[in-house]
Design a protein around this ligand. Sequence first.
Ligand code: ADP
Ligand code: ZN
Length: 518
Amino acid sequence: MTPIQALQKYFGYNEFRQSQEAIINTVLNKQDVMVLMPTGGGKSLCYQLPAVLLNGLTIVISPLIALMKDQVDALNISGIPAAYLNSSQSPDEQKDIAIQLQNNQLRLLYVAPERLFSPDNRMMAFLKTLNVVQFAIDEAHCISSWGHDFRPEYLMLAGLKTAFPGVPVIALTATADKLTQKDILEKLNLHEPSVFVSSFNRANITYRVIPRRKGFDQLLDFLEERKEESGIIYCLSRKSTEALAADLKEEGYAVEAYHAGLNNEVKAKNQEAFLRDDVKIIVATIAFGMGINKSNVRYVVHMDLPKNIEGYYQETGRAGRDGLPSDAMLLYSPGDAIKLRGFAMVENNAEQSAIMLKKLDDMVNYCQLHACRRQYLMNYFDEDFPDHCGSCDFCLSEFTKFDGTLIAQKALSAVARLKERFGNTYVIDFLRGSKSEKIWADHKALKTYGAGADISKADWQRYLRELTGLGFLQQADENGYPTLKLTQKSEAILKGEQKVELIAHHTIEEQGHETPTY
Ligand code: ADP
Ligand code: ZN
């Protein structure tokens, strides 16, 4: 059977999506692969179809025991013999599966990593006696402590390639920036892996960031128009999920809370009710969602600032898996960043702390952006994207733009002359020709001192933010001091090779720009 025949026969689809076929062929050639595909992109097929075609057993490693059953049920319905092994099963059930495995009756076996590498090594020894032809590692970013969902038990997977050198490994994730990607490849010891990166753009999701004032009222306004729709509302703390769920219940919404502190029964019940549409809204911490396969989630709201873009993008990605228009709304308050900075400091690990803080800065920059949000998100994942998507709050609002090249040149050369050692406030004071003691003593002789005196402080703040958003400047943190730095894109501006469009700010509110009413 060819891959396309198997696709039609077992999965009922006529054609492959994006890179599915190339990925499948690579696995069939027994090569290691890493797949980065957005949520809903069709990752499962990339190992399920080879599992059907390869004559042997595919081991699927997945972190969430709760989801294994759904996947296995779906496969069995499609006529593909599959099973899972986990602690929820009785010894008899487990024995029964072991027998099916010994008799080569199964094509796929789902297990959690800790099960695979039990201390007595029983499972690995057992697998050696079977004809294992493929390992699929789902949610592979869990192996990286730089990712946003580190699971220490994933580190055990490093031994897989040594134990089964000839068996191809396919690692899959919907979330990994460059750093995490590299980390996954290294930690898994993949052998000359092919890496497939699909476009991460989710064209049907509209992104909005709104300054948070009275968060609950803003949320009610948003929900008012979406009374019949399903949505997920993320909060930072467990306590606030429960409080918010209670408040929304009082407003008449069918809503439940979900967080890691609830007992398993309650979690399963709430999740089930949401999947069945008995509950329309889940108010959750980030503990909710991984692998949730609900296609008609129409919106995702973040009441608090997420810790990084990867997590945020993954969470918003749970909206609109069915391809229909959906919304992502984030309520942003600068105070959140201060709180999160505290959390980001990892004790005795300066390197880790620096990475977490950088990721938080990128998240804050996203919120303060005066440019297309989708472009920023795509660029974050190293994907090129035009500067106008037409479906984020920025692109949807009507701004007058003007040629801001000169302003940009002044700002960038001020940053350069100050040797990239100062933050926004100092750079602005310098540009405006402040007579403050330090500037006067140290820097008044530099060129561009006072070159921007005709522009107000507030406008300079906005321009610097905008230039940061456009990638011509970057906000860095140097030993706890915020500093402005140049980027790779700065040089073209300074040399006059590139023009910059800025927003005419008289139309804009103090805190972020006017967002369209929804
Ligand atoms: P992911 O794991 O990447 O989030 P899934 O594997 O759950 O995504 O796939 C998302 C949806 O897309 C599923 O409903 C799946 O059946 C469907 N799908 C996958 N591949 C195809 C295809 N080639 N044609 C049509 N639908 C597909
Ligand atoms: Zn846009």
